[in-house]
Design a protein around this ligand. Structure first.
Ligand code: FAD
Ligand code: SF4
Length: 422
């Protein structure tokens, strides 16, 4: 422990406490990073936590799994000539301190008699719940799974976020006298929006967007083709032992599914990505970890067909084609174009689609709310949907699909509710 504290202090000392706080601007939650780091330098961890708790309650979560290299650390002045300050490690240290010893800002027992229903229990829902419950609102969470956490539990694998940390955090920071939890209840199946509208002052929809996108290629309907999001959510894995698996995509879901499948005993796992390595949306540390674990990468490769080679022996193939990257006028990101005649076949047992995800259309259609052309629930600047009693937050409204962005929408929406209802 002494060594850990020395290491943390050393990392904090490396921070320059920049007056213009570029790291703070890079944080979706606008955490006051230089000030909390200053408190760590002084050994004053409780004050450091208080500073963070002005804008977040997700310290033990975000410290571990935020894509810091594209958020706070990506903006760190130290990173211009060398290594950025390890802000994520410092936040994790404080988060763990909060869980073990620190003051817990759990919600209080006062009651302002207003009742809010939150549907879903991912980071957007939990941020909203925390903010409202600490201000005396009675919050009821309705969740279709049997435990809380959303993709923190039913998406991000254990090897990146231990569920015992999530459980402890929920217990100490989120649950309290003003929060009532109904698990195994699915909106649209076990309860309707109309019923909830009678019982509550406001309904907050936070059901996420975890339905895997399709590529629209031939053979996609074959049984060997699986959705990466659903695979990680429901963990109903086929027997991957000694199998060859191709994972299509280059983001978080591609990294998490490929590493999970490899850990489940697959012999060869290939990540097939149509752009170059430097354009992968996944974080560098995840790509490096995947490479170390033996996952093979095929960059600038597009999959154009899944072929059932031998139904009886369940042998499949994917037809791939190489791509070249071209600059399109007015666009900063290079675009992949198939190179004619560069097609090749690969033998695989399973193909996993990890090419993005969207909301559950079946449920959204039942709710009768206005949606965008991509299927996200439409909201105004106060997260108000086309129904005046219903607000929506998180991935469901098309936020940037990270935990911190989802949490930000939850906090902001809660503030709007407080202003409107009080
Ligand atoms: C595999 C994977 C890895 C990821 N890794 C990272 C990462 O490292 N860092 C990062 O910042 N982001 C990561 N993300 C993205 C991040 O997890 C999401 O952006 C975030 O969880 C969205 O939060 P949310 O509250 O909008 O929804 P979700 O977390 O998706 O939660 C939605 C909740 O609603 C529930 N629900 C859905 N429909 C109903 C219904 N009809 N009735 C009741 N309940 C319902 C679901 O069960 C779920 O609990 C990852 C995503 C995935 C899929
Ligand atoms: S930009 Fe980097 S060095 Fe400057 S205050 Fe933020 S963390 Fe410290």
């Amino acid at each position: 422990m002494k060594d850990k504290i020395e290491e943390i202090k050393k990392q904090a000392e490396y921070c320059l406490n920049c007056k213009n706080k570029p790291c703070k601007s890079g944080c979706p939650l606008q955490n006051n990073i230089p000030d909390f780091i200053k408190c760590i330098k002084e050994g004053n961890y409780e004050d450091a936590i208080d500073i963070l708790n002005e804008t977040t309650i997700f310290e033990p979560i975000c410290g571990r799994i935020c894509p810091q290299e594209s958020q706070c650390q990506g903006n760190c002045v130290r990173g211009i000539k060398g290594e950025s300050v390890h802000i994520g490690n410092l936040e994790t240290f404080l988060g763990d301190y909060l869980l073990e010893k620190g003051k817990i800002q759990c919600n209080v027992a006062n009651d302002n008699s207003k009742k809010i229903a939150i549907i879903g229990s991912g980071p957007s829902a939990l941020a909203c719940c925390y903010y409202l419950a600490t201000r005396g609102f009675k919050v009821s969470i309705y969740e279709k799974h049997n435990k809380l956490g959303g993709l923190l539990r039913y998406g991000i694998p254990e090897f990146r976020l231990e569920k015992c940390i999530l459980d402890k955090w929920l217990e100490k920071c989120i649950l309290g006298p003003n929060v009532e939890v109904f698990t195994n209840i699915e909106l649209g199946k076990d309860v309707t929006l109309e019923q909830l509208k009678i019982d509550y002052d406001k309904i907050v929809l936070a059901t996420g967007a975890n339905i895997s996108n399709k590529m629209g290629i031939d053979g996609e309907e074959l049984e060997c083709v699986l959705g990466g999001n659903e695979l990680l959510e429901y963990r109903k894995f086929p027997d991957f032992k000694d199998k060859k698996v191709a994972v299509i995509g280059g983001g978080n879901v591609a990294m998490d599914t490929s590493r999970t499948v490899k850990k489940l005993g697959a012999k060869n796992v290939y990540v097939v990505y149509r752009r170059a390595e430097k354009q992968m949306p996944a974080e560098t540390k995840e790509i490096e970890a995947a490479k170390k674990e033996g996952i093979q990468f095929l960059f600038q490769t597009n999959v154009i067909k899944v072929i059932n080679k031998n139904i009886e022996k369940s042998q499949q193939q994917i037809e791939c084609i190489k791509t070249e990257l071209i600059k399109k006028e007015g666009e900063t990101r290079e675009y992949p174009v198939n190179i004619e005649g560069s097609n090749f076949l690969m033998d695989v047992d399973y193909v996993i689609m990890a090419v993005g995800s969207g909301p559950d259309k079946k449920i959204i259609d039942k709710l009768g709310l206005e949606t965008s052309k991509w299927g996200y629930v439409k909201v105004n600047e106060n997260y108000q949907t086309s129904d005046e009693k219903v607000v929506a937050i998180g991935d469901l409204i098309g936020t940037k699909q990270t935990v911190a962005w989802a949490a930000r929408s939850g906090f902001e929406c809660a503030k709007s509710i407080v202003t409107e209802i009080n």
